[in-house]
Design a protein around this ligand. Sequence first.
Ligand code: SAM
Length: 241
Amino acid sequence: MLQLIAFLLALLGMSIANFSPDPLSFALLCGFTAAILSHLAGLARWWLLIQLLFVPTLVLMLKLNVPSGVYLAAFLVMLAVYWSTFRSQVPLYLSSKRVWKTLEELLPSSASGKRFNFMDIGSGMGGVLTHLSTERPDGNFYGVENAPLPYLLSRLRIRLGNHANCHVQWGSLWTCNLAPYDVVFAYLSPVPMEQLWRKVKQEMRPGTLFISNSFAVPESPPQYSISLDDLHHSTLHIWHM
Ligand SMILES: C[S@@+](CC[C@H](N)C(=O)[O-])C[C@H]1O[C@@H](n2cnc3c(N)ncnc32)[C@H](O)[C@@H]1O
């Protein structure tokens, strides 16, 4: 809407000034106007750059005469990777190897001789699951992922790596019952944490472990947190249910 308002304002300005600029200059005027409007509307600073460059980039890309199929293909790949991110506000980004290693230490001890169940809600490309399933053959590792391409790639990774104790299903974490799991791991975003905490409290059994990578639960501090010296400065927040 801001882009549309900026376009109409730029058009109005040009017709009042009785001036017809070349397409790129007009696009830059649209971009500056959109960035100013975005600032006034209180959008985060990183949006201003996107708003500034959006129309000028359209004009420059049209000059390149890229076949329209390329745009469609790029859109379809993005769709398959990010799927419903526009709604969930949980995009794909991956836990670091440091996180994988630290999770190993948090899994139930093998001394009990009992198999345990681990769940990664929003399991992405299956990196957490396949790593842990190799390190701990005495556990069952489950994942749920709703974006098609990460889901398919994680299935492939599990099959090629012969991870017999690893299973990923395509679906939403919100319809997945957390009761069977001894450890539930989440790396999502700040947005769903409050709702997720209600689900965790309702479904997870006493004595089990809920671990969130980087995102805390408002008003419900974890029992403890582990800060990691990785690229993202990840922190694992841990709740004993
Ligand atoms: C930040 S990534 C974490 C990937 C992986 N767990 C890791 O730690 O490397 C979050 C993942 O959750 C998925 N996701 C987001 N909302 C979801 C939902 N409602 N149900 C299932 N998966 C979801 C996204 O598609 C994305 O792959």
